[in-house]
Write a protein that binds this ligand. Structure first.
Ligand SMILES: Nc1ncnc2c1ncn2[C@@H]1O[C@H](COP(=O)(O)OP(=O)(O)OP(=O)(O)O)[C@@H](O)[C@H]1O
Length: 275
């Protein structure tokens, strides 16, 4: 079953077309990443998916319903871009009040809130004011807040932007553990390594969808060149196609290495050709 279906969606702000004819899917239990440069239309698209904007044209279904349907909101967890927990509230109170806003009972919040403190390693910070937390702990608090209503779908707009490498990896581990438990997620990111590490499926976006597939499918489809490093003299050859590759290898008398392009190199090459 699909938790998100986007069909031929266009979104314009006056004359600016932010999304052009977008069709995409997120299956239950999958992590899908929208990857694109600044201004590619990622936030515009996710805002339509969580019902903050409506498409100019086209149709979106979230959990089988319109994103603006209030029954859908109850089953969504959203972490918008550049969002922070309330600085004047403690970690626990942020989680608690978010639960109340989402309509959960006090008992439900207590039970699930305690579980989330444990799972996100926030127990020792429970009574700390959110403004005194590090960036990584603030992000973990936001994840706990978004999970308090046990959402069927979690939407994260740039979940690790602004975090140091260690805190980024902590967030990745949390998201990967959640995926193991079957949590469906849509995230946006600028980072290729993040998409490659987390996503079952990736969409390269630049106003419209440029490429889609699993990281392996994308690599197989676009990796049409190889780099051959000749260790005998340190020379590096870039060759296209397997025939060329064989020819070069035949000329080398010693140790060598063949490298396929990384997802980042493919992304840069593909996006370079987009207007
Ligand atoms: N409220 C708005 N009014 C007018 N134009 C907007 C508005 N919001 C976004 N845009 C424009 O729409 C385009 C897409 O913006 P959007 O924020 O969706 O991109 P993005 O991929 O999320 O970028 P970033 O990675 O920088 O967050 C940009 O050209 C942006 O300037």
């Amino acid at each position: 079953m699909y938790v998100i279906e986007v069909n031929n969606v266009w979104k314009a702000y006056g004359k600016i077309i932010a999304n052009e004819d977008i069709t995409m899917r997120v299956k239950e239990g999958e992590i899908v990443a929208l990857l694109g440069p600044n201004g590619a239309g990622k936030t515009t698209l996710v805002k339509q998916i969580y019902g903050e904007l409506t498409p100019t044209k086209g149709e979106i279904r979230v959990l089988g319903k319109k994103p603006t349907d209030r029954h859908v909101k109850k089953f969504l967890g959203v972490i918008p871009q550049e969002c922070e927990p309330y600085g004047d509230l403690t970690v626990w109170d942020n989680i608690y009040y978010m639960g109340r806003l989402k309509g959960a009972s006090k008992d439900e919040i207590k039970k699930r809130g305690e579980e989330l403190l444990e799972r996100l390693d926030l127990r020792s910070k429970r009574n700390t004011l959110a403004r005194d937390l590090s960036g990584g702990l603030k992000r973990r608090t936001l994840i706990a807040m978004a999970l308090i209503n046990n959402p069927k779908l979690l939407i994260l707009d740039e979940p690790t932007t602004g975090l140091d490498p260690e805190a980024r990896r902590e967030v990745w581990e949390i998201l990967l553990n959640m995926r193991k438990e079957g949590q469906s997620m849509l995230l946006t990111t600028h980072y290729l390594d993040e998409a490659e590490r987390l996503a079952d499926k990736i969409y390269f976006l630049s106003r419209k969808i440029i490429v889609e597939g699993t990281p392996t499918q994308i690599k197989e489809k676009f990796a049409d060149w190889y780099e051959v490093i000749d260790y005998t003299n340190g020379k590096v050859y870039k060759v296209k196609g397997e025939e060329e590759l064989k020819k070069i290898i035949m000329t080398i008398n010693g140790k060598f290495e063949v490298r396929m392009p990384s997802l980042e190199e493919i992304y840069l090459q593909v996006m370079k050709d987009v207007e």
